[in-house]
Design a protein around this ligand. Structure first.
Ligand code: LMR
Length: 405
């Protein structure tokens, strides 16, 4: 008897599979532009100074290592909810939200997906943008949902396909769940304008869709954390019920601490209380309690006036570095191509990524010829680029684009 003879090899993860290939690559000049982790100008991993200061302050407090409540510390949940909706929002004043600590963005999305699938009488179809962050597909299909896509990126204009998006929204099955990236869309870096968001919400309301926002890059689109939260607050003002998965991995540099939150906006305080009890019932048999440390850091960073201001500046500095290097890359690409092709479309993109428009074959060539790793959808992490590698990356992208090999 062999229990595992039926176990076949699983497909690699679309993002971490690239990372694994990169690690196994023996070439000295290899560059990993796949994973979405911020790097400083020397290529080093980075923790914002405000977070370092906050952690040092917490070390002096001998924080308890006892279990957090299933739903996470109350202080953490309240400061995150205020951060998302604003202190004077109706959602906060009337306590119309059920907010739980989640294991990063992925864990928060997954708890939300299970809740919607198992307990809410929505249609069991979820609409996800095409393109999107690849795990969205598994998070929702593994929770039971049927996956459908709506148009987002127009490969011809290398920009948002707003007309296609609205058309697809109009044709969605009523009462379905729709996933939206609330800021700095991953991987395209293209967001709707505020006017377009309002049109999207109009259709959501008309079609009675349930919006599930994924917010992973707040602060990276404009450099201003508050301004980047505008879509979350707009939805909370205009729709009665919705969900948001928020992660602090990127904007606080707390990747490995797996700290995020799931917040569900309800119509009444009583409804929010019921929802919270169900979220706890989902969490308990999966991991029982969320980890303490990240929650302590996030709570103190959000609630201490001095640390919070310092964090806003840190995020603005990260944003500035990304935008500077993005512009340098575009200039270098345009210089090399000397009018043969134009890379200005990448200047409209915001957040951590550049979306090259490369096909899977071109991404493969980039890896084979130049040892440069991008995700298969043609996404590159701009924050990995620095003065030491920019010329090489630009040259490689130029050659691939014009097929000079
Ligand atoms: C990414 O998009 O590369 C990051 O969010 C890392 C991940 O977990 O996929």
């Amino acid at each position: 008897m062999n229990w595992f003879s039926c176990v076949v090899r699983a497909e690699s993860d679309k993002i971490y599979g690239v990372q694994e290939e990169y690690v196994n690559d023996k070439r000295d000049n290899k560059i990993n532009l796949s994973i979405g982790v911020f790097r400083d100008q020397n290529g080093q991993s980075f923790v914002p100074q405000s977070v370092i200061n906050c952690e040092q302050m917490l070390f002096t407090k001998n924080c308890s290592k006892e279990y957090a409540p299933i739903e996470g510390f109350k202080d953490f949940r309240q400061s995150v909810a205020k951060f998302i909706y604003g202190e004077d929002s109706d959602v906060i004043i009337n306590e119309r939200h059920a907010t739980v600590q989640g294991l990063g963005g992925t864990g928060s999305l997954r708890i939300g997906a299970i809740f919607l699938y198992e307990l809410v009488s929505v249609n069991k179809t979820v609409y996800i943008p095409y393109q999107t962050w690849s795990p969205h597909n598994q998070v929702f299909s593994n929770s039971g949902f049927q996956i459908k896509h709506y148009r987002y990126w127009n490969q011809r204009t290398l920009n948002l396909d707003f007309e296609g998006l609205i058309n697809d929204f109009e044709n969605m099955i009523d009462y379905s769940v729709v996933v939206l990236h609330s800021i700095a869309h991953n991987p395209t870096g293209i967001d709707p304008t505020l006017d377009q968001w309002n049109q999207i919400i109009d259709v959501i309301q008309r079609k009675k869709l349930f919006p599930f926002l994924d917010c992973a890059y707040q602060g990276f689109a404009s450099g201003d954390l508050q301004r980047d939260g505008v879509v979350n607050t707009l939805f909370a003002k205009r729709v009665n019920q919705m969900a948001i998965a928020m992660t602090f991995a990127k904007n606080m540099g707390l990747y490995g601490d797996r700290i995020g939150a799931l917040s569900i906006v309800c119509q009444t305080k009583q409804e929010a209380h019921n929802v919270l009890t169900q979220l706890k019932a989902i969490i308990r048999p999966i991991y029982s309690h969320p980890p303490n440390w990240g929650a302590l850091v996030v709570h103190h960073l959000l609630s201490d006036h001095h640390l919070r201001s310092q964090w806003f500046i840190d995020v603005n500095n990260m944003y500035t570095r990304i935008q500077d290097i993005r512009n340098q890359l575009i200039n270098e690409l345009n210089r090399l191509s000397d009018g043969k092709t134009n890379w200005d479309f990448m200047a409209n993109q915001r957040g951590m990524y550049g979306f090259t428009g490369f096909s899977q074959t071109q991404v493969f060539q980039l890896k084979q010829q130049f040892a440069i790793y991008a995700t298969l959808d043609g996404r590159i992490n701009i924050a990995v680029i620095n003065q030491n590698n920019i010329k090489h990356i630009a040259y490689a992208m130029h050659c691939i684009k014009l097929q000079i090999m």
